[in-house]
Design a protein around this ligand. Structure first.
Ligand SMILES: [Fe+2]
Ligand SMILES: [Fe+2]
Length: 290
């Protein structure tokens, strides 16, 4: 037994059915590696599906099951915008019926519940548990207690405010739920890792094209989110969405973007956390099989 906890983080799988055999084989290859290299936990930070299809979630769930990873203490998943929003469907529905925003919001909330029910074992670990975000997962390893504080940052599609469905927003209810005294007490002796799909930082250049792109992808209330991450003393925040493998610091918190499995299926982020609460992060690239 080592005194370190090893976490693998992948993101943005964008699975699109069973046709792409290479993509599915790569997923098996990656999961095999997590087992042989002795990873303690796997985090998947959203966009499991490319087109909000439960069929794609099923593919991921079955892969996890067949690799013995489909357990509360082995894997954590959260949804991305591509899991909850089908742009094509939203637009067709909107153009045909022009439904009230409240109705669209209701349909969106149902999708969140569907996702949580589908991955219930990895989210609540309780067959009858509620499906709401945020959820806290505290795992007591022999050397360190790890807490994952997971939030849903997917914001429903709105024609003017979120035309591509890719902007993010974390509800005040979720942020408030993490800020209460009871949570702070529970997290006091933990190495805390925040988790959401959207990036804190996007391009951030002055170019008008980049700025327009940033607007469609941004986490609208990122500074409020940052405030809560600071309040719970998160050391790291893991995210995806912006398909780039990168890490960056914001006010003493290290943000790690798990990139995209879809675009580089052999690369993932590795965290090694020791008993003193020190963490070393690196991106690992598996060799290409000949
Ligand atoms: Fe994505
Ligand atoms: Fe995304």
């Amino acid at each position: 037994m080592t005194n370190e906890v090893k976490i693998a983080h992948i993101s943005d799988l964008h699975i699109s059915g069973m046709q792409d055999r290479r993509q599915l084989d790569s997923l098996s290859c990656l999961f095999d590696h997590f087992n042989t290299a002795g990873y303690d936990h796997l985090v998947i930070s959203g966009d499991l599906s490319n087109s909000a299809s439960p069929g794609d979630w099923k593919i991921v769930r079955e892969k996890l099951e067949s690799h013995g990873l489909y357990h509360w203490d082995k894997t954590t998943v959260i949804p991305g915008n591509h899991d909850l929003i089908s742009l094509e469907e939203e637009m067709r529905f909107y153009n045909a019926l022009n439904p009230l925003p409240q109705l669209r919001k209701k349909a969106f909330d149902r999708r969140v519940v569907d996702f949580c029910l589908f991955f219930q074992e990895l989210i609540t670990g309780d067959k009858r548990g509620n499906q709401a975000f945020p959820f806290l997962k505290i795992i007591n390893y022999s050397s360190v207690k790890i807490a994952l504080a997971a939030l849903n940052s997917v914001y429903p599609w709105y024609p003017a405010d979120n035309p591509l469905g890719a902007r993010g927003y974390i509800s005040t209810g979720q942020l408030r739920a993490l800020s209460v005294e009871r949570v702070l007490t529970a997290l006091a002796d933990c190495f805390v890792i925040g988790l959401c799909h959207h990036a804190y930082k996007v391009y951030g250049t002055d170019s008008p094209i980049d700025q327009a792109f940033d607007w469609t992808m941004e986490l609208k209330n990122r500074d409020e989110f940052l405030g809560v991450m600071k309040a719970i003393h998160a050391k790291l925040v893991l995210h995806g969405h912006f398909h780039r493998f990168q890490s960056y610091g914001v006010k003493d918190i290290t943000f790690i973007n798990g990139g995209s499995f879809r675009y580089n299926p052999l690369c993932f982020s590795q965290l090694v956390i020791n008993g003193q609460g020190c963490c070393v992060q690196k991106f690992v690239a598996l060799p290409i099989k000949s």
